[in-house]
Design a protein around this ligand. Structure first.
Ligand code: HEM
Length: 548
């Protein structure tokens, strides 16, 4: 298979979308009537590649020219990297490996070093795969790398970077980030949604306990629905009536954001952009989501007083109070709300699903975690959020899950704002930077004992000092530095309560109870490293679910 074709095959994942219906996911081919078939697209992309070759050879990007000239003059000491081809750069090294990008990049880094220069299409990309390199990017030169590249699709999805996640570093980002950390995601605010979380967990448990045939629960759909409902009630005060459409579009936006589509790989080629259709699909996605949010905002504006403040109320209040350097208009509010769903839902649902998969695969760990939860909450008859701190082992299980299955394996891309040096190598302005947090989490230099094994006990022993709050650069599930995740408390609150409750009320059996260790753990392509295959588990009720 030609390299470009195999790359496009992985991009096919975006087309094979997943449709969520009432907690059940049905894989379906989303090609609509009149939409170009994938085979045709392969040829189209090859055409794009040839035309782009001409464009690239005649008008090379400023970055390339400047870096090349400077390098030739002996001024730049660029990081090492694999050989490049015209147009596709180093994409063939990723495509030919047949692996997901974070895995292929780990293998390449073993050959070329912990800071390595790739060219993804026409985008120069620094891949960082060591603790020291990550520290330099996210601490020593934090400001230099504090912006994010805004690809063509992301520009559409975020209204030109009016959200928090992809807002370019600067005064606007500072303003929305401040609103996030002082108003939206404070510990007090997370606590204020405790009743909502308990309610939604109880609803999930009831749905599992009362399910008739089939006796297996498809975990991703069930957990996604829980996280989405819990998030929706915190953000808009109620479950989203159009939840399934919203989730479907969210899923689509995540795939469009993964950065491996032709529009993002060849940003200066209008032809690549036009032929890929990614921008058009991003526009459709944005219009649907923002249409749903418009309706919700109108309902909020018409509501007269009363009730607890949800996050949308907070944003509308801040808008009304005014006095901001950048007025918070409705587009900004919608972008921030979409961000919260995007950043918070998939990450937490993926973490929960991997935790359950690892527990099934490791019956001893499952036994230990379940015994702890049942012992602690026996007297209550159900899990109570205020006592979750009494579950030290479950906490280790969650840490170990985040280490092995870093939900955002390459974190979120950063961009170099001014020429800089990382581990002695020059990094030119405009270079995209990816920190391979997934590879760091499995690196035997930092995790000497069985780095590929699921062993929560490591966090009591040799890794006891490692935390995920941005201080241990070998363990970065939430990133670090200025752009570190501000929603960590929100995400963990959902994960801890749901996981403890699932273990408290049910025993769980995997698809092959005789051979649990053979559970398939393959990851899917996308911005988040979710499971590829469905996780179908059989719940066996052990402790009655309240309200039934
Ligand atoms: C298990 C759950 C979660 C994980 C693993 C996670 C992980 C991450 C990571 C890796 C980043 C990029 C950090 C960097 O560039 O250094 C990030 C950014 C972000 N996350 Fe999370 N996240 C989670 C949950 C949440 C939740 C629940 C919310 C909101 C309620 C949220 C909101 C954000 C925002 C707004 C940013 C962008 C920050 C910025 O660019 O200034 N996250 N998250």
């Amino acid at each position: 298979m030609l390299p470009i074709q195999s790359l496009i095959r992985s991009y096919q994942a975006e087309f094979l979308t997943q449709h969520h219906t009432s907690g059940r996911i049905i894989a379906q081919n989303s090609e609509e009537p009149g939409q170009i078939k994938m085979e045709d697209l392969c040829y189209l992309y090859l055409g794009v590649a040839l035309v782009s070759l001409f464009i690239v050879l005649t008008s090379r990007r400023r970055w390339a020219a400047a870096a090349h000239d400077a390098n030739n003059n002996g001024e730049l000491h660029l990081p090492p990297g694999p050989g490049q081809l015209p147009v596709i750069g180093t994409l063939h090294h990723l495509a030919l490996s047949g692996q997901l990008p974070h895995r292929a990049m780990r293998d390449l880094a073993r050959r070329h070093g912990p800071v390595m220069l790739l060219r993804l299409g026409s985008v120069p990309t620094l891949v960082v795969s060591s603790r020291e390199g990550a520290r330099e990017v996210m601490k020593t030169h934090d400001t230099t790398f504090a912006t994010r590249p805004l690809s063509a699709t992301l520009r559409v999805l975020t209204n030109g970077g009016r959200d928090i996640v992809f807002a370019p570093y600067g005064d606007y980002w500072r303003q929305v980030r401040k609103i996030a950390v002082t108003e939206l995601f404070t510990s007090r605010r997370v606590l204020s949604f405790r009743a909502v979380r308990q309610d939604e967990v109880a609803a999930m448990l009831r749905a599992i306990a009362t399910a008739t045939a089939p006796l297996q629960v498809e975990m991703h759909g069930r957990l996604s629905a829980f996280v989405a409902d819990s998030t929706a009630r915190a953000v808009i005060g109620d479950r989203c009536k159009e939840r399934d459409v919203f989730l479907w579009e969210l899923d689509r936006s995540m795939r469009l954001s993964a950065g491996f589509n032709p529009a993002d790989l060849w940003p200066s080629s209008r032809l690549a952009c036009w032929l890929s259709g990614a921008v058009r699909r991003a526009e459709e996605c944005r219009d649907t989501v923002y249409g749903i949010l418009d309706g919700i905002i109108q309902e909020h504006l018409q509501r007269v007083g009363g009730g607890d403040e949800d996050l949308l109320d907070v944003l509308l209040r801040i808008q009304k109070e005014g006095g901001l350097q950048f007025p918070l208009d409705m587009d900004a509010i919608k972008s921030v709300i979409f961000d919260i769903f995007g950043a918070g839902s998939e990450t937490a649902a993926t973490t929960l699903e991997w935790a359950m998969a690892e527990l099934i695969k490791n019956p001893d760990v499952m036994h230990k975690a379940t015994s702890e939860v049942r012992r602690t909450f026996e007297a209550h008859g159900t899990v109570v959020e205020s006592s979750l701190h009494e579950l030290p082992y479950l906490n280790l299980v969650i840490r170990e899950t985040l280490r092995l299955h870093t939900p955002l394996p390459l974190l979120l891309p950063r961009e170099c704002q001014e020429p800089c040096q990382v581990l002695g190598y020059d990094v030119p302005h405009g270079t995209q930077v990816l920190v391979n947090a997934w590879a760091l989490g499995r690196d035997e230099r930092y995790w000497p004992r069985d780095p590929e094994e699921f062993r929560p006990e490591r966090f009591e022993g040799e890794a006891a000092m490692m935390d995920f709050r941005g201080n241990s650069f070998e363990f970065l599930p939430f990133g670090a530095g200025r752009r570190m995740c501000p929603g960590m408390g929100f995400g963990l609150a959902n994960v801890e309560l749901a996981l403890a409750s699932l273990l408290f009320h049910f025993d769980w059996e995997g698809p092959d109870a005789e051979h649990p260790t053979e559970l398939d753990m393959t990851e899917a392509f996308g911005l988040t490293a979710r499971r590829k295959g469905e996780l179908l588990l059989r719940p066996i009720l052990r402790v009655p679910v309240p309200g039934l």
